[in-house]
Design a protein around this ligand. Structure first.
Ligand SMILES: [Zn+2]
Ligand SMILES: [Zn+2]
Length: 256
């Protein structure tokens, strides 16, 4: 045991050493604990460094999350498409190309099966004023964005280029290699399909597909109902890879 006066001396020595490091401005009266200015700056710098590392990673995770939500929506549109085809003798629903009644458009038809107008929106499509295809359709739909997606008109029974040949899936050689729905540019209003028959270059293809919506990629629904996230170069390069023409499939000669 230390004698009382010895212990008091040791404690006072320790306290005086500790107090030397604490400037008056940071000392709480009656409390010997505190931070020096340098310590405080170091802590702030470490927090700033951690935020600098974590925030971009967090942003990347959120973008990935939105891409997956969109892909899941596209997959559910594929399930709705399969349900419609069972009811319609394997026929594909039409776009607005050469049709005037919006109740016959594919957006209206798929919304009836999904009961979820929101499935037709991509979370990374920042456009406002979408049409609710599951609700009553007013005369103002021509001023609104119809959806985040567009149908491949080469599979549209009313498209002149198709001539009705591919409006039934049994005529499509490889449904798993044929794109039915893709993401459309956010600037599009009053439009629900695209025309790959007019593409002569990748630049023209990029003008009709939101190819960069998900960090250089976009989500696609194929005729067999599966959804895939791809770069546009993987879907269309001419001559060569083409997932847009129903008469073509990778490694296969054309129908004609
Ligand atoms: Zn058209
Ligand atoms: Zn999307």
């Amino acid at each position: 045991m230390w004698p009382d006066n010895e212990r008091q001396k040791i404690v006072e020595t320790a306290m005086s050493k500790r107090r030397c490091a604490v400037p008056m401005a940071f000392r709480v009266p009656g409390n010997t604990f505190g931070f020096t200015l340098v310590e405080l700056l170091v802590v702030i710098a470490i927090i700033a460094l951690l935020m600098g590392i974590l925030l971009p990673a967090l942003g990347r995770v959120r973008r990935q999350g939105r891409k997956i939500v969109c892909l899941s929506n596209v997959r559910q549109m594929g399930i709705a498409l399969q349900a419609y085809m069972i009811d319609s003798d394997n026929r594909l629903p039409p776009s607005s190309c050469n049709l005037s009644d919006p109740n016959e458009y594919w957006l209206r038809i798929l919304a009836k099966y999904t009961r979820q107008g929101l499935l037709l929106h991509c979370p990374d499509d920042k456009a406002a004023d979408f049409v609710d295809w599951d609700g009553p359709l007013g005369p103002d739909i021509d001023d609104l964005r119809w959806s985040s997606f567009a149908l491949n008109s080469l599979l549209d029974p009313h498209c002149a280029f198709n001539s009705g040949r591919y409006n039934n899936v049994i005529n499509i050689r490889k449904p798993m290699y044929c794109i039915y729905i893709s993401e459309s540019p956010s600037s599009w209003k009053n439009y629900d399909h695209l025309h790959p028959d007019g593409w002569g270059s990748l630049t023209e293809a990029k003008g009709q597909v939101a190819w960069d919506r998900h960090e250089g990629t976009s989500n696609y629904l194929f005729v067999d109902g599966h959804a895939e996230n791809l770069k546009i170069e993987q879907t269309w390069s001419w001559p060569g890879q083409c997932y847009w023409y129903p008469g073509y499939a990778p490694g296969w000669p054309p129908d004609d």
